[in-house]
Ligand binder design. Structure first.
Ligand SMILES: Nc1ncnc2c1ncn2[C@@H]1O[C@H](COP(=O)(O)OP(=O)(O)OP(=O)(O)O)[C@@H](O)[C@H]1O
Ligand SMILES: [Mg+2]
Length: 257
């Protein structure tokens, strides 16, 4: 079996007396799209924050291609090829869409730093990929919610990550917009990027993920093939609820909305 691209062992993060993560073991294989689900407060965002260097875990190990990276500063983690979005989007409001994407390229993981010209070229490629080319000259403040989410992905993709961590980039989108966002994730993945995505929309998890991990109270509750995981009794109890299970049993297929 191929060695893991990213491996977490016993990762624990406490806030005061609360263990947001409590001994989490997860490995991410090159080329997969791993879906991360679980109730509010389960520790999903905290996990991304530990991986991307925003938080230093209190215990455990995070290995990137075999190298321990826990406690490394965020800009160094980004340089290694781990890109991320934020659940609360943080674009530079006074800049255009194209400029925002170019900033990602300028501070990205490229071996040799890109020039400003190269960064704008990279920004244009990424805006094409996420379907934002026509808005390149718009100010961020003029964007709709789905376009802001696309821009958040564009900024992360522009850093040329090997692994992309997406935190609820489809929250608040309508069903057509979710379909478009799914296409965007597929397009980015097709360029060779491994993806970990956090989502509450089950249609996304079954639609695009090759594997799913369920977090609950800072623990891994279940993991495996998405459709199998969503039928797991413990996952239904802790997260999805009986109403969802009944719908599943009625065999109308999961849509999670
Ligand atoms: N900076 C912080 N300071 C104190 N507590 C925190 C902090 N960040 C997270 N927590 C707590 O850690 C737990 C996990 O939070 P986290 O944001 O990781 O959950 P989540 O799974 O991303 O939830 P959601 O689905 O609502 O985004 C929660 O109890 C939260 O209140
Ligand atoms: Mg979160």
């Amino acid at each position: 079996m191929e060695a893991a691209l990213l491996e977490l062992k016993g990762v624990t993060k406490r806030f005061g007396g609360v263990a947001a993560l409590n001994g989490v073991d997860i490995s991410v294989t090159r080329g997969e799209i791993l879906g991360m689900i679980g109730p509010n407060g389960a520790g999903k965002t905290t996990l991304l924050n530990c991986i991307s260097g925003v938080y230093k875990p209190d215990a455990g190990e995070i290995r990137w291609q075999g190298m321990p990276i826990q406690g490394m500063r965020p800009h160094r983690v980004a340089k290694l090829g781990i890109g991320r979005t934020f659940q609360i989007v943080k674009p530079f409001g006074s800049m255009t869409v194209r400029e925002n994407a170019a900033v990602g390229a300028l501070f990205g993981s490229a071996e040799t730093s890109l020039s400003v010209k190269q960064s704008f070229e990279q920004a244009d490629r990424v805006l094409d990929l996420v379907g934002l080319r026509s808005k390149a000259g718009s100010l961020v403040t003029a964007l709709t919610i789905p376009d802001r989410k696309r821009l958040e992905v564009a900024r992360a993709v522009a850093t040329q990550p090997k692994l992309l961590l997406l935190d609820e980039v489809m929250a608040g989108l309508n069903s057509v917009e979710v379909d478009e966002a799914l296409e965007m994730v597929r397009a980015v993945h097709a360029t060779g990027v491994t993806v970990v995505l956090i989502e509450h929309v089950m249609r996304v998890i079954v639609g695009v993920c090759t594997r799913a991990v369920v977090l609950d109270f800072g623990h891994v509750l279940a993991e495996g093939e998405p459709r199998v995981v969503l039928r797991d009794e413990r996952v239904i109890q802790a997260y999805l609820g009986e109403r969802y299970a009944k719908r599943l049993n009625a065999d109308r297929g999961p849509d999670g909305e």
